[in-house]
Design a protein around this ligand. Structure first.
Ligand code: ARG
Length: 587
C-alpha cells in the first residue's frame, strides 16, 4: 500500500510533467505546519532553466494538478512553494487502512535479507558492565526493527571466551587449587560435572589474576602458556574452561533476561577455533600473513590512509590466537553455517580501529564472500554527569546488575509515591509497573540518544513522567488502555471524522511511522523511532486534555475519538515493542 507521500508524489510529479518538467515534484513534510501538511520546493530550482519565476512555474504546475480525493487545498506561497493540505476524509480512511496491515505494508517496501547481528559481547569470568549495556539495548532494538520489516535476523552474543583472560583464570585457579584433576596430565578418569569455582569466586578471582599478571612477569608467562595450551587442546584445561564458562554464561543470561534481551545464538570467540589453523596456514601460503617481531600479521594499510592503520595481528609471538584472530575466523564460521547477506557488529565506537582492520583484512584476503556485507554499528559512551563514563559512587566500573538495581530502587520510590492512593492495583501489578518503569527508563534514555553519540545518563531526568522519557510513554499507553477499556468502539455508529487540528496532527504523525521505521533501519538508529513515539504521545496527550471523551454526547464525535485513540495505542505499542520496551496495561 502506498503511503500519503508516495501518493502525493505521483500526483505532483504528473503535474510537473504536464508543465514540461520531467522528474520533478518531490513532496516533503511541511516546514510550516500552520500553513500546510506537505510541501513541494522544486519550482525554485527550475527558475533558471525555465527562464520563468518560481511563482509562475508553481502557478502552472498547480493548474495542471488533476482532480483527486487526496488533496483538500493546494496553494502557492512566495517564493514559489507549493503548499498542500490533505483531505480529512482521505486521511482517516488512509490511516485506518494503513494500520490494518501495518507490518505487511512496510515489509512490501523492503527486500528481505538475512542478517547476523553481533551484539551483547559478554565476557567469561567478568561481570557484564555498563559498557555492555548499550550493545544489548541497541542491538536488541535493531534486531526487532529488522525482523519487523521482514528480515531473517540471528542475534549472536559472541562471548569473550578465548583470549588471554581465559589463560589468566586457568593459571589463577591452578595457583589456588593445584590439586584439581584438571591439572593432572595423567588423569584419565571422568572429569567432575560441577565447576570448582562459583560466579562469586570468578568475580574476585579474575581481577586478582589480571592484576597479578600485569605486575608479575612470571604470572603473565603462566597465563600466556595456559592460553596457548587451552587453544591447543590441553584436555584438562578445556574441561576446566567449560565449567567456568557454564557458570559465567548462566550469570550473563540472567542479566540479559532482566533486560528482556534475547539471543538466538550463544556462540563465542572459541566457536571458530576449529577454523583458525587452516585459516592461518592459508593466509601464510597465499603470502598475506607475514612475520613481524615474532608475531604473524597482515598488512591492512591503504595508500590514501590519512592516519596510519597498523597491521592486523593474527598470532602473537607466544603462539596464541587473540581477539582479532577469532573475529576473522568467525566471519568464515558465520558464512559457512548461516550464509548471511550482512553481519552487523554493535560495538563501542572505541573499537572502530579494530573493525576497520578486520574488515580490510577479510576483504583483502577474500575471506569475506563478495556478497556478504560487514558493517560496524558503533555506539557512543553512556556518561555520568561529570561527562566521563558512568561510574559507581566510589568511582569504580559500574556492574550492569548494580546499575539495574539502582534504577529499580529509584523506580520503586517513584511508583510508591505516585501510586500510593491507588486501591485498584494489586501488589503484583505494582511490581510489574515498577519493573517496566525501570526498564523503560533505561532503554528509552539509551535509545533516544542517537546511537553514535555519547550521552549523559541522569536517572532523575530520565525517570520523569513528563518529557521525552520512557515512563511518559508507558504512562500514555496505560492511559489509552484504560480509556479504551471503558469505551469500546460502537460498530454501528462507527464514523471516523476529524474535528480539530490536533486530531489531524495525530493521524499525520501515525502515517509517518512507516518512514521512521525504514529510516531507523537504514541508519541503524532507533532514536528516530523514539522521536516519532514521543511526538505522537505528546499530540495525543494535548488532544486528551482538551476534550472530554468520556462525557461526549455527540455519538459520531465520540466514536471518531475512540477510533483515533485506538490507532494511537496500536502505533505506540508497535514502536515500543520494536524498541524492546515492555508496556503496562494499567499505571
Ligand atoms: N567481548 C567484547 C568486549 O567486551 C565485545 C565483542 C564484540 N564483538 C566482536 N565480534 N568483536 O569488548
Amino acid at each position: 500500500m502506498k503511503n500519503i507521500k508516495e501518493i502525493l508524489n505521483k500526483i505532483i510529479k504528473t503535474a510537473f510533467e504536464k508543465s514540461g518538467f520531467e522528474n520533478k515534484g518531490l513532496v516533503v513534510n511541511s516546514e510550516r505546519e500552520d500553513l500546510c501538511d506537505f510541501q513541494c520546493n522544486d519550482c525554485m530550482q527550475l527558475a533558471k532553466i525555465a527562464h520563468k519565476s518560481p511563482m509562475e512555474i508553481a502557478k502552472e504546475v498547480v493548474s495542471n494538478v488533476e482532480k483527486n480525493e487526496v488533496i483538500k487545498t493546494i496553494e502557492i506561497a512566495p517564493a514559489g512553494f507549493i503548499n498542500i493540505t490533505i483531505n480529512n476524509n482521505f486521511l482517516t480512511k488512509h490511516t485506518d487502512d494503513l494500520l490494518k496491515n501495518f507490518k505487511q505494508n512496510i515489509a512490501e517496501k523492503h527486500t528481505p535479507k538475512k542478517i547476523v547481528i553481533d551484539y551483547g559481547g559478554a565476557n567469561i569470568a567478568k561481570p557484564l558492565h555498563i559498557g555492555h549495556l548499550r550493545s544489548a539495548i541497541i542491538g536488541e532494538s535493531l534486531k526487532r526493527i529488522a525482523n519487523f520489516i521482514g528480515d531473517e535476523v540471528i542475534g549472536d552474543v559472541h562471548l569473550g571466551d578465548w583470549g588471554l583472560q581465559m589463560g589468566m583464570v586457568i593459571a589463577e585457579i591452578k595457583r589456588r587449587q593445584p590439586d584439581l584433576v584438571y591439572f593432572d596430565k595423567n588423569f584419565s578418569g571422568e572429569y567432575p560435572k560441577t565447576s570448582p569455582v562459583t560466579i562469586e569466586d570468578l568475580e574476585t578471582l579474575y581481577p586478582e589474576a589480571s592484576k597479578r599478571a600485569k605486575s608479575d612477569e612470571t604470572a603473565m608467562e603462566e597465563a600466556r602458556k595456559a592460553t596457548y595450551e587451552l587453544q591447543n587442546n590441553n584436555k584438562g584445561y578445556i574441561e576446566l574452561w567449560k565449567q567456568f564458562c557454564k557458570v559465567s554464561i548462566e550469570a550473563a543470561k540472567n542479566n540479559y533476561d532482566n533486560l528482556d534481551v534475547n539471543f538466538e545464538l550463544w556462540n563465542g570467540e572459541s566457536s571458530s577455533n576449529y577454523l583458525i589453523k587452516p585459516m592461518i596456514d592459508n593466509l601464510v601460503e597465499k603470502g598475506f600473513a607475514y612475520e613481524s617481531n615474532g608475531a604473524l600479521v597482515v598488512n591492512v594499510s591503504e595508500p590514501d590512509d590519512k592516519v596510519e592503520i597498523p597491521p592486523f595481528l593474527l598470532i602473537k609471538s607466544d603462539g596464541a590466537a587473540l581477539y582479532s584472530t577469532t573475529d576473522l575466523a568467525t566471519i568464515i564460521d558465520r558464512q559457512n553455517k548461516l550464509n548471511p547477506d550482512e553481519i552487523w557488529y554493535v560495538v563501542d565506537n572505541r573499537q572502530s580501529l579494530h573493525f576497520t582492520q578486520l574488515f580490510r583484512c577479510a576483504e583483502k584476503t577474500k575471506i569475506k564472500n563478495i556478497n556478504t556485507k560487514l558493517e560496524f554499528v558503533g555506539f557512543g559512551t553512556m556518561n555520568g554527569k561529570d561527562g566521563k563514563p558512568y561510574k559507581t559512587r566510589e568511582g569504580g566500573t559500574m556492574k550492569l546488575c548494580d546499575l539495574i538495581d539502582e534504577i529499580q530502587l529509584e523506580a520503586k520510590k517513584k511508583i510508591e509515591q505516585n501510586l500510593k492512593d491507588r486501591t485498584d492495583l494489586k501488589i503484583d501489578e505494582i511490581d510489574e509497573i515498577k519493573n517496566c518503569v525501570a526498564l523503560a527508563t533505561l532503554k528509552f534514555a539509551d535509545l533516544s540518544n542517537y546511537r553514535a553519540k555519547d550521552y549523559v545518563f541522569d536517572i532523575n531526568k530520565f525517570m520523569e513522567f513528563e518529557g521525552k522519557t520512557g515512563p511518559y510513554l508507558l504512562y500514555t499507553v496505560a492511559r489509552l488502555n484504560s480509556l479504551l477499556n471503558k469505551n469500546k468502539i460502537n460498530e454501528k455508529t462507527e464514523s471516523f471524522n476529524i474535528y480539530s487540528n490536533i486530531e489531524k496532527k495525530i493521524l499525520l504523525t501515525i502515517t509517518t511511522v512507516e518512514d521512521s521505521i525504514l529510516k531507523a533501519y537504514q541508519d541503524k538508529a532507533p532514536s528516530y523511532l523514539c522521536d516519532t513515539a514521543f511526538k505522537l504521545a505528546n499530540y495525543y496527550n494535548t488532544f486528551y486534555s482538551s476534550t472530554n471523551l468520556m462525557k461526549e454526547q455527540d455519538i459520531n464525535k465520540k466514536s471518531s475519538w475512540i477510533k483515533l485513540s485506538t490507532l494511537t495505542l496500536q502505533t505506540l505499542k508497535v514502536i515500543l515493542n520494536i524498541l524492546g520496551i515492555k508496556t503496562v496495561e494499567k499505571m
